[in-house]
Write a protein that binds this ligand. Sequence first.
Ligand code: SF4
Ligand code: SF4
Length: 334
Amino acid sequence: MPKTITEQNLRLLIDSLIKEGTRVIGPRRTGTITLYEPLARGEELDLNELPRRSAKEVFFPVCENILSFQRGEEGVKVTDIDPCAFPETVLIGARPCDAAAAPVLDSVFSWDYKDEFFLQRRRKTTVIGLACTTADDACFCSAVGLSPADSKGADLFLTPVREGGYLCEALTDKGKTLITSHARLFAETSAAAPLSLNEPAGVKLDLHKIKGWLDENFESPIWKEIADRCAGCGSCAFLCPACHCFDIVDEGTEAEGHRRKFWDACGFGKFTDHASGHNPRDAQPKRYRNRIMHKFKYYDDKFGQTLCTGCGRCIRWCPVGIDIKAVLEEIQKG
Ligand code: SF4
Ligand code: SF4
């Protein structure tokens, strides 16, 4: 029998989890924007809009220490950060375009090197996904193989229902455990009517055709036409649920410091700057080309997946109005 949860009980679920010592992260209104942030109580959950930044930070923080070092009389002492010590976490209210990005990133973070900083957070996090009832002009999840009702990446998936509250679908053992361990907050139903979901309008993409064009057009004039105005600000990469480039640096003094892993972006001029002074991507169109190639060709070549979930963030917040959806439509024309 399907389960439902009321709005009030969803907030009580958050309160219970926090009381049990679980870290709960969900959309929270902060000033004028909504962000995925740690919640202090259920009341703080705000599911009204897609958070400005994606949920990837739950698994892949903007900046994190991976070890620390101290010079003492007996030499340099290195202390590793233990990823096994990361807290049990519930990510609640992840939209389909955010929840779906996590399993896409699993491929690269568990490929030739197992990145335990990412993978332990994945293991320790239960994802409660949420179907979207509204889409704006920038959304295009349906054009990249997802939909507002897609539960990919979720352990438990919530669909708003007309009567108020949510239909709950447990998709994994983690999702089932969450329900059984808080059974009093869920009800059984045979008659909950899901709210109608608003499919993103307009764009139809043929990802196979787009990849075919990218396979043949590394040196096309289109890159200059599209990307000459790209400011290289990196906003698109930082807001994207699927972009995952990072750098590692040592920070501190001769006496002590940290080795840090932090986000980077292929749109930055220094990203491919070699110590020799040579930069193979020495102009912005080459960098923008790499962004598109990585998402719609290289990641597909390597892992058979597209590195874009159609969240539209890079369209909404690009300061010079570059629209990846329009770029892909242009490419699709051939
Ligand atoms: S490339 Fe743009 S639309 Fe696609 S997932 Fe990233 S931010 Fe969203
Ligand atoms: S957000 Fe726009 S201007 Fe900034 S790097 Fe991305 S495409 Fe270029």
